[in-house]
Each structure stands twice: as structure tokens, then as C-alpha cells.
Design a protein around this ligand. Sequence first.
Ligand code: CP3
Length: 352
Amino acid sequence: MSSALQNDLYLRALMREPVERTPVWVMRQAGRYLPEYLAVRKQAGDFMTLCSTPELACEVTLQPIDRFNLDAAILFSDILTIPDAMGLGLHFVAGEGPKFSKPIKSRSDVDKLPNLDAGTDLRYVMDAVSLIRKELNGRVPLIGFSGSPWTLATYMVEGSGTKDFSKVKGMLYGDTEAMHALLNKNAIAVTNYLNAQVAAGAQALMIFDTWGGVLSPDSYREFSLHYMQQIVDGLTREADGRRVPVVLFTKNGGRWLSDMADTGCDGLGVDWTIDLADAKQAVKGRVALQGNLDPSVLYGSPERIRNEVKKVLDSYGTDPGHVFNLGHGIHQFVNPDNLGVMVEAVREYSTR
Ligand code: CP3
């Protein structure tokens, strides 16, 4: 596919192999805090055009790698490409976030959802993946991603972002069978989508379960974790003779890390509401951990940022299996120079 990897720290850390220093990347690393991103988005006209134009998606994917020398690139796209391809009518309203013109309201809406063939129905994503791999030319590995079935369902049923999750939880408790039918369709689509990304060149996979943490422990297992398990079981785990690690991230899921580790994934994303030392105790060496600096730390002074980075690194300790990241996506009003301070601090303090 392309030349050998020059920097495989990220893949080795996820396999819990010893590394010379802790690898670092950042969720939403290509985004609105970067002036060069805003310039390309302006050129594209709108966000979905940016996602669906492989040359532009490739360009913004590489921007943070060029600026900060991060240890992994993540495909520039969005989790909502799947429901968009299913025909729900995705659009982004400035200042209000994503909206669907045809949200899922009933069992019959669920039954009408098409079965996706990601290689053709989401061809633009696969074209972006192959182009990014070519342009990266082995500098760092490329992460592919998807939303979790439950997180996708929240947007598909609510029709937008939400604070109380009343519609989607209304369906979960009011028509449980319809909810399971929807989650099953999403799980099949996500598995197919992620495997197509691996076939196109993705070298690691991440599943964003942004809203699993709003569920009760029982509901989390039944409606979110169960379907992530189904996906993990169906994924291509090797490509080009190398393991394709899978990372699960449930925001606010610190209580469930042990159950998540049981899925057979390779790594878990951890947000800042739990200490990495405690997270490590919970997973008992079964998986690697990714995280977990509070994104708001990047509003602090350089000195404060360095201090907080050191605390995260110390909390994990020197055992293998740590990928440094924020505990969630970088905020749009952060000064990019402060991310530079963070990355440098990770390099400096973690070099063995
Ligand atoms: O991490 C990366 O750099 C890869 C790119 C990426 C984006 N979205 C780009 C994006 C990834 C991994 C996502 C995932 C995503 N999208 C999630 C799950 C991850 C998480 O943060 O927990 C969710 C819930 C979405 C849905 C979504 N897309 C929302 C809520 C928004 C914000 C809308 C707004 O106006 O604030 C988006 C848009 C989006 N996706 C942006 C980016 C850079 C900003 C769009 C812009 O340029 O205006």
C-alpha cells in the first residue's frame, strides 16, 4: 500500500509494547481552533462538502501533523456520515450543530432504513482514507473511526443534539424492540464501514461512544456496550501483516472500563473525570489506555499546562500501554500555541 511506517509509537503503545516516549495525538486535532483549517473550510463552503471532498479532507487531516508533529493522524470526517448515507437528510445549522430533516420516529422508520454498502455508499470516505495514506507516506499511522450504534441512534432519533435525550430514551423504554432493531442496523453498518476503512488503508480504529455515559449501568450494557461488542467481534483485526488495534471511547464511562476491556478491544479512551491510575487498576493490563487531560487545561498558562501534563503522565506511570490525548475533543477557542506546549511537554517528560 505505501512505504513502511517511520513512526509506529502509537501502534506499539496500543499493543502495550515498550516505547521510547509516550505517543500523543488529540481528538478533533483538525478543527476550528486552527486558522489553516478555517481557511480550507471557507474554501469548501460548508462542513459536509469538506468531508466529502477527498483532497480537502486529506489536506485538513495533515494540517495538525505538519504543525505539531503528532504521532497519529485521524481521518477527517464525521460520525454522522452513516445516517446521512441512510437518507436522513443531514445538514449543519451554523451555531446549532447537526440536524436531520427525516429523524427516526417509529419502528416502521427503522425498518425502512437501507442496508449500507460503505465501499460504494460512502465511497468518498474510502477515497479520503486512501489519499491520506498516500500523502502521509508512512510518517505516522492513520486512525479510522465511527460513532457507536447508540451515539448514532441519539442523533438519528432526536434529529439533532440534545440535553435531555427524551426522544431517544423515550424509544428505548417505550418501544424497546424498535430501539434494538435500530441499534442492530447501526452495528451492522458500523462494522461494514470500519472494515471498508481498513481495506482502504486505516491502520487503527476508534469508536466514539460520546453519549453512552448518559445511560444507567444496565442500559449501558444492553444498549451501548452490547452493540460495540458485536462490532469488535466483526472487525478485520489485521492488515498488511500488522494488528489493526481497536479503541473504544465512552465519554463519562469511567465506571464501566472493566466491562469495556472484556470486549476484546485493544485500547480504551478515558475522559478526565477519572485518574489514569484508577483506570489502570480497573482494566488490569488487559488493554492500553488513551487520555486524559481535561481539554480546558489548554486555556491555562504554559506553566500550568506543563504541570497538568506531568500529572497525567505520572498517574499512568512508566508501564507500557499509554497513548496521551485529551479526555475529549479540543475546544474551538483554544490558542493553537497552547497545544504546542502540551505536545512538547509530553515529549520532554515521557522520554525514557
Ligand atoms: O478528531 C478528529 O480530528 C477527526 C474528525 C472528527 C470530527 N467529528 C470533525 C468535526 C471526529 C472524530 C468527529 C466525531 C464526532 N462528530 C462526534 C464524536 C466525537 C466526540 O466529539 O465525542 C460527534 C458527536 C460528532 C457530531 C458532530 N459533528 C457535532 C456535535 C459537531 C459540532 C457542530 C457544531 O457546530 O459545533 C460536528 C461538526 C464537526 N465535526 C466539526 C469538526 C471539525 C466542526 C464543524 C465545522 O467546521 O464547523
